[in-house]
Write a protein that binds this ligand. Structure first.
Ligand code: ACO
Length: 432
């Protein structure tokens, strides 16, 4: 037996195996704990529990490290494209030129969505949030693209993955066009993934969209930075839902719903709302910081803090430099950027934020980049979802290939009443 730890429970000593990851992280394997002792562990929010082993993404929250398949995110942001990074995440290695070319062609070939799906959009109330629409549309994809006969399971999965990666982007752009009452713009074979998205969003029959390579590059970086983030809330959701052996579309649809929350992907929208509020109240950040420090006030500084990072989020640093580059290129001044910089400067010196290890996360500056690209605020989390899709897919695939793949079914400690007799309705006392 390798390394173990001893646990003494009610005078009985048991040994539990220790697992060590490639970066030296350690875990106590408690999979036989209940069988051996009758005890379970309790870990609200799963902050101390590993739900799986994974070879996709490594992050070190104390040192601010993030790597996909071993490659630092900084290097990918500098040298890769979103499509290449998606390939890396999903297939586990960087593609050769030929593989990348073939992958790009298959994404292009699958970029159209069934024409009837347009009618779905018409029936959502006008004020519907795009994340709710996107989650429903992705679930609906399964009905339009059922399993193909004659394909092996691997071919079937590869086809579904390609469809999802390509069509999510089309569905997102379509939802924007339809919400504005504009003509839907189709994907074009002569454009790369990111240019195609911008073109589908902003091209109109009366004003052709001019592709700007710097903005395309900014979008590539934005999506690369969101590619994967190990077992976060939405990824865990994809794994949990996937463990019931649902189809990939349904699992991704659930992941999108989880990402929508303001404590998770919805934070990029919440940051802009907060910065706008500060702006309209006179741009003084002091009262907002005071509120964030107040235990009795539910207000939190959006875009600050992270469950894993207890130092600077490495993605935050990169997105901040993208933000500077994009605004410079567009020769645009965004007053919200001034407020964000002020907020960051003051918060990083504030004892509350220092003591709580609260640093800006990826969402803090990403909203300003998206605004500069022309993306409306309510689409910000949709942008996050497109970026995170390769990670969700990679994690889902890994879980299905895991020999220990099990239905996800945690236990609990029950704290309700002990056995209680049923009282017939005419004998119940009015308790109000
Ligand atoms: N502003 C003020 N106080 C904060 C903040 C914040 N943004 N974040 C955490 N805290 C405080 C909490 O009040 C708590 O204080 P206490 O210990 O004195 O009671 C302490 O820090 C720990 O907070 P938790 O919520 O327990 O920490 P957790 O690890 O669960 O939180 C989270 C992580 C949810 C991201 C949190 O920092 C937060 O709400 N941030 C704002 C929302 C946000 O930016 N989310 C995006 C995350 S990144 C992503 O998903 C892409």
């Amino acid at each position: 037996m390798g390394e173990t730890v001893k646990l003494i429970i009610e005078g009985k000593t048991i040994e539990l195996p220790v697992l060590t990851g490639t970066e030296g992280e350690k875990a106590i394997d408690i999979s036989r704990l209940r069988e051996l002792t009758g005890y379970i562990t309790l870990d609200p929010g799963m902050a101390n529990s590993g739900s799986c082993t994974s070879s996709i993404t490594f992050m070190d929250g104390e040192k601010g490290i993030l790597r996909y398949r071993g490659i630092p995110v900084e290097e990918l942001a500098e040298q890769s494209t979103f499509v290449e990074t998606a390939y890396l995440l999903v297939k586990g290695r960087l593609p050769t030129k030929k593989q990348l070319n073939r992958f790009s062609i298959s994404l292009n070939d699958n970029s159209l969505v069934h024409e009837d799906m347009q009618f779905f959009y018409q029936n959502f109330p006008r004020a519907s949030h795009p994340m709710g629409i996107l989650s429903s549309m992705v679930n609906a994809l399964r009905s339009f693209y059922p399993e193909l006969e004659g394909l092996s399971q691997t071919e079937e999965i590869n086809m579904t993955v390609t469809r999802l990666l390509s069509k999510l982007r089309t569905l997102a752009a379509m939802s924007y066009k339809i919400s504005r009452g504009h003509k839907v713009i189709y994907p074009r074979p002569d454009m790369c993934y990111c240019s195609n998205f911008l073109n589908m969003m902003f091209d109109t029959p009366v004003r052709p969209y001019e592709i700007d390579d710097d903005l395309v590059q900014a979008l590539n970086v934005f999506w690369i930075l969101h590619g994967d983030h190990e077992q976060n809330c939405s990824t865990s959701t994809v794994r949990v839902v996937g463990s019931a052996r649902v189809n990939l579309y349904a699992a991704i649809s659930a992941g999108i719903a989880a990402l929508w929350g303001p404590l998770h992907g919805g934070a990029n929208q919440a940051v802009i709302t907060m910065l706008e509020e500060i702006h309209s109240s006179g741009s003084d950040v002091t009262p907002f910081l005071k509120r964030a420090r107040d235990k009795n006030d539910p207000f939190r500084l959006m875009g600050f803090g992270h469950r894993i990072y207890k130092t600077h989020d490495p993605r935050g640093k990169i997105i901040k430099s993208v933000c500077d580059r994009v605004l410079k290129k567009l020769r645009r001044h965004d007053p919200l950027l001034d407020i964000a910089q002020k907020l960051e400067e003051v918060a990083l010196k504030d004892p509350y934020f220092i003591d709580h290890h609260l640093y800006p996360n990826v969402d803090f500056y990403s909203g300003i980049v998206l605004r500069a690209l022309g993306i409306p605020t309510n689409m910000f989390t949709v942008m996050f979802a497109i970026g995170r899709l390769p990670g969700w897919v990679a994690q889902w695939k890994e879980s299905t290939e895991d020999v220990n793949w099990k239905l996800h079914r945690p236990r609990q400690i029950y704290t309700g009443p002990s056995e209680t007799a049923y009282v017939p309705i005419d004998k119940r006392k009015n308790t109000i």
